[in-house]
Design a protein around this ligand. Structure first.
Ligand code: NAD
Length: 484
């Protein structure tokens, strides 16, 4: 049995208060397959009025949802987890069709996305406060945690399922109703999740999904609505900044997961085979379209050439092709503009003196493809080192000592993920402490885990998702002073 049928026109509408409706002004937008450029669906494009209606629906559902027993909320999330696993292939296919990613990446994403529901189904019963005696003994200090309220969730296209469940899981566990605005490149997975949440038993109005091509207008309407108390955003730092400004007007509580520029530091004493294997995961998961993708390979001079050539061999061996073809390991980029941008970055780096060890040429269309590419011999100020590449390009830059490695790693306004490879545990921990990042992988290239706090420092964001910390983002502490 199918979960979500993209040929059913009702399900290509806005999902508000448990129902499906077109945009108030009838506007729609096309969703395309990045492997072919073909239009696969036309989806309702929510207006500012629709955005306000969605927040109204969430606000109406809030009291009953907040009063629902945490165990009952957890059990709904548990069912959502089980449904996602049961429909894994169908959801993976939808993700491949709208985002282009390779089939194995899409399947991995659905599993990862489902795990947020499982984790937060368990966390739903752990929103505990505390009680203490005031230092001067005059009262008890009772601290309780309450749901923050109606939450607006805005997500990017690179993980259409996981970025949504990473927010919906903790919001629902905490007792907050949500309005999810998915990226306009990938609204179909979000609409499928609306169906799935209904099947899991979420009451009407608790999960609203509002696709829209008019992101600015709907964000403005939702953040200007007096019932909205929370914004959880994942996307670029540039859009994040704009949203922080909008949220400032009504002092909405914000969690921001923004851009990255992850350093991948390899010391000469590292196991180079393990480092290349980890580099392939850190760089190539999702075709490089990941906020925690290794963006700069910072390698000790004595092994830099060897590392770069081994990495080039591994990158050159990858099969590039349509995501639906099970043998493809790298799919197309999200759209032609993204592939063109990457081509421009590589050309600028070559002009600045880098050599191309593998890849480096955008193939003729159709499809938004860019080949796995390794650049070496970069200077520390090569322009590509300052940009979030968001594609399958690995620039390698050499360093001489630990001081310089840390300085290069920190030479960015971003601070999301970092990776360190070394055989010396003391150095691994020392360097992990000194790198400005919210997350560090030590001798491993895969760090995502729903049970761990995910997030960045500096301009990579505010707050954490996953772990117990992820739940706290949707709770507010209330202090009650008591005499008894
Ligand atoms: P984006 O910032 O362009 O879009 C993100 C979301 O914001 C989409 O839903 C988009 O429609 C919406 N949006 C765009 N302009 C808007 C506006 N003016 N007002 C309101 N909403 C607006 O990002 P993207 O291209 O979808 O995703 C890639 C970016 O996301 C990268 O920078 C990546 O690092 C980041 N990202 C971060 C994390 C993280 O956890 N830190 C995870 C995934 C992606």
């Amino acid at each position: 049995m199918s979960l979500y049928d993209i040929t059913n026109p009702d399900l290509l509408n806005l999902h508000i208060n448990g129902g499906w409706r077109p945009a108030s002004d009838g506007a729609r937008f096309d969703v395309s397959d990045p492997a072919t450029g073909e239009v696969i669906a036309s989806v309702a494009s929510g207006s500012a009025d629709d955005a306000r209606a969605a927040v109204d629906a969430a606000a109406a559902a809030f009291p009953a949802w907040a009063a629902t027993a945490p165990r009952a909320r957890g059990e709904i999330l548990r069912r959502a987890f089980e449904l996602m696993i049961a429909y894994r292939d169908e959801l993976a296919e939808l993700i491949v069709r709208e985002s282009g990613k390779a089939w194995s990446d899409a399947q991995g994403e659905v599993t990862y996305a489902a795990e947020f529901f499982r984790w937060f189904s368990e966390e739903a019963v752990r929103a505990s406060g505390h009680v203490q005696t005031a230092p001067n003994g005059d009262k008890r200090i009772l601290t309780i945690l309450q749901p923050v309220g109606v939450s607006v969730l805005i997500t990017p296209w690179n993980f259409p399922a996981a970025m949504a469940t990473r927010k919906m899981g903790p919001a629902l566990a905490a007792g907050c109703p949500v309005v999810l605005k998915p990226a306009s490149d990938t609204p179909l997975t979000a609409l499928a999740l609306a169906v799935l949440m209904q099947e899991a038993g979420v009451p009407d109005g608790v999960v609203n999904v509002l696709p829209s091509r008019r992101s600015g207008e709907v964000a403005d309407a939702m953040l200007g609505h007096p019932a909205t108390r929370k914004l959880s955003f994942t996307g670029s730092t540039e859009v994040g900044r704009t949203l922080l400004e909008l949220a400032a007007r009504t002092v909405v509580n914000c969690s921001m997961e923004l851009g990255g520029n992850a350093p991948f530091v390899v010391f000469a004493d590292a196991d180079l085979d393990a480092a290349v294997e980890g580099a392939m995961v850190a760089k190539m998961r999702n075709g490089g379209e990941s906020c925690i993708a290794a963006n700069r390979f910072i390698v000790e001079a004595g092994v830099a050439e060897d590392f770069a050539s081994r990495l080039a061999a591994a990158m050159g061996a990858l099969t590039v092709g349509p995501g639906m073809d099970r043998s493809s390991q790298v799919g197309p980029m999200i759209n032609a503009r993204a592939a063109d941008d990457i081509a421009g970055m590589v050309e600028a780096s070559v002009r600045a003196g880098a050599s191309v060890l593998v890849g480096g040429q955008r193939p003729e269309g159709p499809g938004a493809y860019y080949p796995p590419t390794v650049l070496s011999g970069l200077s520390g100020d090569d322009p590509i080192l300052g940009i979030e590449i968001f594609g399958p390009v690995a620039p390698v830059v050499a360093f001489d000592d630990e001081e310089q490695a840390v300085a290069l790693a920190n030479a960015t306004p971003f601070g999301l993920a970092a990776y360190v490879y070394t055989g010396d545990l003391a150095r691994a921990l020392r360097v992990s402490e000194r790198i400005d990042a919210g997350m560090v992988g030590v001798n491993r290239g895969f760090i995502s885990d729903p049970a761990a706090p995910f997030g960045g420092v500096k301009q990579s964001g505010l707050g954490r998702e996953g772990g117990h910390e992820g739940l706290l983002e949707f709770l507010e502490a209330k202090y009650i002073a008591v005499d008894w």
